[in-house]
Design a protein around this ligand. Sequence first.
Ligand code: 48F
Length: 266
Amino acid sequence: MSLKFREVDEATITKTIVNKAAQEWVDLAETDVVVVGAGPSGLTAAIYLAKAGLKTVVFERRLSFGGGMGGGGMHFHKLVVQSPAERILEEIKCPFERVQDGLFTVDTSTLIAKLANGAIDAGAKIVFGVTVEDVIFRGGKPPKIVGVVIQWTSIVTSKMHVDPLGVKAKAVVDCTGHDAEVLAVALRKIPELGLSVKGEKAMWAAEAEKLTVEKTGEVCPGLYAAGMAVAALHQTPRMGPIFGGMLLSGKKVADLIIEKLLGKKN
Ligand code: 48F
C-alpha cells in the first residue's frame, strides 16, 4: 500500500469542520427528541427513538459515551444485567455471558461501544461537550417544556459569562443520572409544577430496578425521566452496578414518546 498522503491545506481543514458543523447545528436547533446524557438509559432511549424514525439528538457533557458504565463495579470491568434486559443486549448484538438463570455479565467497554453504535446506526446524533443547563418552557396549566438551553461544557467549567443557545424539541428526556440535572433545574425554576428532586434512597438493588422502570415516564408535558434520574425524582433506592433497569428504563421512555409523538405502540 502506498503511503503517499493527499496533501490537505490547514484552511481546508478548518472550513470543512466549521461548515459541516454549522450546517448540522442549524438542523439540530429544532428536533423531535433531545436526550440529555449518553449513559446506559440515554443511549438505549436514543436507539429506540431513532429506530422509530424520530429525529433524536443526545447531548453529552463529557467528551465520551458511557456515563456510569465505564467505572463498572468499583472499577472491576464487568457489569451485571438481569432478565428480561438480555433481549436488549441481543438486539444490539452485545456479547454477554450467562452466570446463572436470568443473570448475565458483560464487559463495560463492550456495552458502551454496542449501545453507542446502536444509537448511531439507528440514526441518532450524539454531540459531546455540550451541557444542558436549563429548559425552555411555555406557560399554561401545567406549563410545557419545549426545549433545552445548552452551553459548551468548557464554558460552564471555566465560569466565563457567555450566553447559551436554545434547542427546541417535542420531547426532552432527562437521562443525566444520579443528580437528575434537567429535572432539578426545571422543577426549581417552574414552581407551578409543584415537584422537586429529592435524591435517591440508599441501596436495595432488586427494589430499585423494579421501581426505576415502573416510574419511568413523563414528569410534566414535554419532559420525561429515565434511568437514575427517576430514582432521584421519586426518592427510590439506588442499585449499584446492575444495569437491566437502566436499559429497560431507556426502552420504556422511548416507547412512551413514540406512542405520544407518532401514535403507535412499539
Ligand atoms: O450517570 P449515567 O450513567 O446515568 P444513567 O443512564 O445510568 C446510571 C448508571 O450508570 C449507574 C447506576 C445504575 O446502574 O447507578 O450510575 O441513569 O449517565 C448520565 C450521563 O449524563 C451526562 C453525564 O456526563 C453522563 O454521561 N450528563 C449529566 N448531566 C448532564 C449531562 C447535563 N446537564 N448535560 C449533558 N450531559
